[in-house]
Design a protein around this ligand. Structure first.
Ligand code: GDD
Ligand code: MG
Length: 363
């Protein structure tokens, strides 16, 4: 079965993490997000995949190549300028024949794709949209459904309080090739604003496939942390995450842990990490390769990328830190902060809660 992955967006809400890394490749428990997504697709029988690229395309193709390492076949199509979600699929049309899946490239889920495809075929739908319930529907595409399962209305990001339901577009579709007839070639076009409303106004057979399976859009810092908390806590699964969780003792071949350091799980530690005397790591926390947690430092419910150094008695909670950062002795980083790559926080500084620090900045 074929799928088109939409990974061309700039990931603005995840900045500064996405200044140097495309959203689809941000690490999730130390593996690029897209590798988790490909593992999911493969395990659901979808192994012929077209990746639509625009922003920072090289890093995706360089890492994933023809997809063999992930057990799938990958083809790439490039957009010189963003074509939007539907324009990107139109741009991939030469790779498509029968019905195919389309997935937003920032969704971690366990939705049953085989079940969705059977549902689509049984209903003889032209398009089937997977739905998931959320707390704040106004941040998503809200989908109103008739009792027979047909989609009645598609409202992209309604104002707060005005969503008629909390069931939203999960960013996974099964489409028949003829859907692409109403997508212009080479100009920006969105499924959400144009294609679905047009199909509905024509009375086309657009069906909703509601699910209660695990689902999250990783596209904000909070959700980016949440998906990793969920993996570490076992609330969701990935073929790439076999639960290398260390609630207490740590694999000493990969990590140097001082006898007086404390690791209170669940924690994922990258190779070559060093946790010094009296330092504490409180889970769910992820440390990328080569991180150093110096004497007495505390890392609490935080996602840390590679080669980050926390100075003595530095502390951080509920935050995200990009590659190659250095946090000075005694510095305090409060909840919700996001540090881009190569940030230096000098000794004894205190960051405000939810502060964002751009790459290569010294504070
Ligand atoms: N190739 C390509 N070209 N990809 C794009 C483009 C483009 O011009 N624009 C966006 N994308 C990709 C993004 O990289 C992302 O993986 C996906 O399309 C969705 O874009 P987002 O920017 O993350 O959209 P959203 O999260 O605000 O809303 C979308 O997803 C929600 C579910 O998370 C919509 O589809 C909503 O209706 C939906 O509820
Ligand atoms: Mg998104």
């Amino acid at each position: 079965m074929k799928a088109v992955l939409l990974v061309g967006g700039e990931g603005t809400r995840l900045r500064p993490l996405t200044c140097n890394t495309v959203k689809a490749m941000v690490p999730i428990v130390n593996r690029p997000f897209l590798e988790h997504l490909l593992g999911y697709l493969r395990s659901h029988g979808v192994d012929d995949i077209v990746v639509t690229l625009c922003y920072l395309p090289e890093c995706i193709e360089r890492r994933l190549g023809n997809g063999a390492a992930c057990g799938v076949r990958l083809a790439y199509v490039m957009e010189k300028t963003p074509l939007g979600t539907a324009g990107a699929v139109k741009n991939a049309q030469s790779h498509l024949d029968g019905p195919f899946f389309v997935l937003n490239g920032d969704i971690m889920t366990s939705i049953d794709l085989r079940g969705m495809l059977s549902f689509h075929r049984e209903r003889r739908a032209i398009a089937t949209i997977a739905l998931t319930p959320v707390e704040n529907p106004s941040a998503y595409g809200v989908v109103e459904t008739a009792p027979d399962g047909r989609v009645k209305r598609f409202i992209e990001k309604p104002p707060p309080g005005q969503a008629p339901t909390n069931m939203i577009n999960a960013g996974i579709y099964v489409l028949e090739p003829e859907v692409l007839r109403c997508v212009p070639r080479g100009t920006p076009c969105m499924f959400e604003h144009h294609v679905f409303p047009t199909l509905l106004s024509e009375g086309a057979a657009v069906f909703a496939y509601p699910t209660r399976d695990y689902w999250i859009d990783i596209g904000t810092p909070e959700k980016y942390r949440q998906v990793q908390y969920d993996l570490l806590l076992g609330n969701c699964a990935s073929a790439l995450w076999a639960g290398e969780v260390r609630a207490d003792g740590v694999d000493m071949e990969r990590v140097t842990l001082h006898p007086s350091a404390m690791v209170e799980g669940p924690v994922a530690l990258g190779a070559g990490c060093s946790v010094e005397a009296g330092a504490r790591i409180l889970g769910p926390t992820v440390l990328g390769e080569g991180c150093v947690i110096s004497e007495g430092a505390v890392v609490d419910r935080t996602i840390v990328w590679r080669n980050v150094r926390f100075g003595k008695k530095a502390s951080i909670c509920e935050s995200v830190v990009g590659d190659d950062c250095s946090i000075g002795d005694g510095s305090v980083i409060e909840g919700g902060c996001v540090l881009g790559d190569h940030v230096v926080i000098s000794e004894g500084r205190r960051l405000e809660p939810a502060q964002k620090v751009w790459p290569d900045t010294t504070i």
